[in-house]
Write a new protein. Structure first.
Length: 359
């Protein structure tokens, strides 16, 4: 009888072990699924942040905020090398500590991490100690993981996550952290193109208007405050003739006077730029094509009746001629494709065409 009881107990114990293993496996599966859902959610939030009508720096800050919220990170800092200096692009650490955070590349332990592209984990053993890179602060961070960031094998900066608890990252899932790091790199890679556009915007010498690049950065943020807008491109069709037949100075004066007149007669919420040479663009933010047509016809008629001359040669006057084309732009679509379509129309049109056309 005792032997039978022992056998039964052994079977029960084995059954419980198997049951516990099954429960553990299900819990682990649930955690993995939950982590994947979180990662997908973060990726979607990243995509949304990239698509927002904000500057590059604002987008990076938003991305850092998402990391802190979704992964419950105590401190998160993204530092980028801009070609000359290391700049803190986003951080929830008090600004008085930023000088230390943007010089981590000079710390020997992090130099190795940058060279090998391997994350570096540092921690202290008790509350009285401080991390090696902390010069003046004692109580803020007690453990940290440093991630060097690369775009196409080119080092661009680093991301560092910190905790106020010693050994807080001892059992952290490094796979998840690598996913986060890759997402940060993907975002930085995406917004670097926007940053380039923002950096190369020029101001036209004669008109004071922004160049084409403005439309793809700050200009687009203004336009994308609305679901639909009207994009108008026009060409001074006889500008080349004026430059050749009269003088380039007179041609420049035509450009100046036309730009001045339009700026004085359109709302500040509309974007007006010198697109290229004799071509200009007006983006009527939030306005339908039908509502723009009458206004365009009116200013066209007025400008074509303007008699423009140089101050020192008032007897030599000319009247500019124009060809206008309009199209609808929808928020979230490719603005450059709309502009390309308008430009192709104007370039293919006969020099004698003098209309306001909707396409």
């Amino acid at each position: 009888m005792p032997i039978a009881i022992v056998v039964v107990l052994i079977i029960v114990i084995i059954g419980l072990i198997i049951y516990n293993l099954m429960i553990h496996k299900k819990i682990q599966t649930f955690r993995n699924v939950n982590q994947k859902i979180t990662n997908l959610s973060v990726v979607q939030d990243f995509i949304n942040a990239i698509g927002e009508t904000s500057s590059v720096d604002d987008k990076i800050t938003k991305i850092n905020d998402i990391l802190i919220e979704k992964y419950e990170i105590k401190y998160s800092t993204i530092v980028v090398f801009d070609g000359a200096d290391y700049v803190v692009k986003a951080s929830n650490v008090d600004k008085r500590h930023w000088d230390a955070l943007r010089t981590l590349h000079d710390i020997d332990m992090f130099k190795d991490s940058i060279t090998t592209a391997i994350p570096k984990y540092v921690t202290v053993n008790n509350e009285r100690e401080r991390l090696p890179y902390q010069k003046m602060e004692f109580g803020r961070a007690k453990s940290a993981i440093f991630f060097p960031l690369y775009i196409d094998n080119v080092y661009i900066g680093y991301w560092i996550m910190e905790s106020g608890t010693p050994h807080d990252f001892d059992n952290v899932d490094t796979t998840v952290l690598e996913v986060i790091k890759d997402n940060i790199v993907s975002v930085l890679k995406t917004v670097v193109h926007q940053k380039t556009l923002e950096s190369i915007v020029r101001t036209d010498l004669f008109t004071g208007l922004y160049s084409e690049e403005y439309l793809y950065g700050a200009g687009k943020r203004i336009i994308d405050q609305y679901t639909t807008s009207t994009i108008c491109m026009f060409r001074i069709t006889n500008l080349e003739e004026i430059n050749k037949k009269y003088s380039r100075e007179l041609g420049n004066e035509v450009v100046i006077q036309i730009s001045k007149y339009i700026r004085q007669n359109i709302s500040n919420q509309y974007v007006f730029i010198r697109y290229m040479g004799p071509k200009f663009v007006i983006a009527f933010s939030g306005v339908e094509v039908d509502a723009v047509s009458d206004f365009i016809n009116d200013i066209k008629a007025t400008m074509e009746n303007m008699e423009i001359s140089l101050e020192d040669d008032s007897e030599q006057t000319i009247k500019p001629k124009f060809n206008f084309v309009l199209s609808t732009y929808y928020k979230g679509t490719a603005l450059e494709e709309v502009l390309k379509k308008l430009e192709e129309y104007l370039d293919k049109a006969e020099k004698s065409e003098n209309e306001v056309t909707n396409i």
